[in-house]
Design a binder for this molecule. Structure first.
Ligand code: C5P
Length: 271
């Protein structure tokens, strides 16, 4: 699936990362889309781009952004990912629902890509180590992989009136994060099937993550350890909490990403 403006050398990139950043983030109540809201002086999108492009692999990073924000995202990519890095960046507009945004991201991947990681821009402090863990497990299994963390709270099932029906055994539950990893072949087939069976997906509700798209397609999904730092920003309280986490990390000389880049000439493409 070539991208307009694509040039030479992308044959080395087998890893595609789709950074979904097209949500409006209404629950955050900000004047701009969530991915452009700042955390510690940098937008959530900036944090995501920095972490992905710190990974020591040649790859294609697809930024899926809200309509009307492609220029801003490209300018950011130009500033953060200078020519000569292992990473090549593409920008595409997103869809109404998350799974549509992912599909548009998949369409923008070069045909050299074999493995794909889908990551929420709304998880700005996800450490590079989680990306590596997911990637390694995808390579080992050839199947879908999600990072997860234990559930800390006691969980109750309730009825329509909010009355407790039962306590759910949390020992067998995890809270699932991103990046989620797949073979491109597996994820693309699952998304195509979901699209073809749109009425079925309507009945089951829109899938809220990519593993769910693969599960509905009958695929196996493995898990690896996630990280509390991969917490998702949904409300102002999440931003305040992650701001504190970032300050604490910086004060203690700890940064979520390695910040290390390798030099291999790559181009940039916009769509
Ligand atoms: O809304 P929620 O926080 O669950 O979104 C998770 C991620 O999916 C966010 O990074 C958001 O920008 C992205 N998203 C998207 N397109 C949509 C909806 C959400 O790219 N239509």
């Amino acid at each position: 699936m070539p991208v307009a403006g694509d040039t030479a050398l992308h044959h080395v990139a087998e890893l595609g990362v789709i950074l979904v950043a097209a949500g409006r983030g209404e629950r955050l109540g900000a004047s701009e889309p969530k991915a452009f809201v700042e955390l510690g002086g940098a937008s959530l999108l900036t944090h995501g781009i920095r972490t992905v492009t710190s990974l020591p692999h040649p790859g294609q990073l697809v930024l899926v952004v809200p309509d009307g924000h492609a220029g801003e995202a490209l300018a950011l990519a130009d500033e953060l990912v200078p020519e000569g890095l292992l990473w090549q960046v593409s920008v595409v507009p997103g869809g109404r629902e998350r799974h549509e945004s992912v599909r548009f991201g998949l369409d923008a991947l070069h045909d050299t890509i074999r493995t794909v990681l889908v990551h929420d821009a709304a998880r700005p402090l996800t450490p590079a180590s989680v990306f590596e863990r997911v990637l390694n497990r995808v390579h080992q299994t050839g199947e879908a992989v999600v990072p997860g963390v234990p559930v800390a709270d006691t969980l109750k099932q309730i009825d329509a009136n909010g009355t407790v029906v039962s306590t759910v055994d949390r020992a067998s539950l995890i809270a699932v994060q991103t990046p989620q990893g797949f073979t491109l072949e597996g994820l693309a087939a699952a998304h195509e099937s979901a699209q073809a069976r749109a009425t079925v997906s309507d009945v089951a509700g829109a899938p809220t993550d990519d593993a769910e798209v693969v599960q509905r397609f009958g695929g196996t999904v493995h898990t690896v350890a996630g990280d509390p730092l991969a917490h998702k920003v949904t409300t102002q309280a999440d931003l305040v909490m992650l701001e504190g986490t970032l300050l604490h990390a910086e004060a203690n000389g700890f940064a979520p990403r390695s910040g290390r880049h390798s030099a291999t000439p790559q181009g940039r493409a916009a769509k």
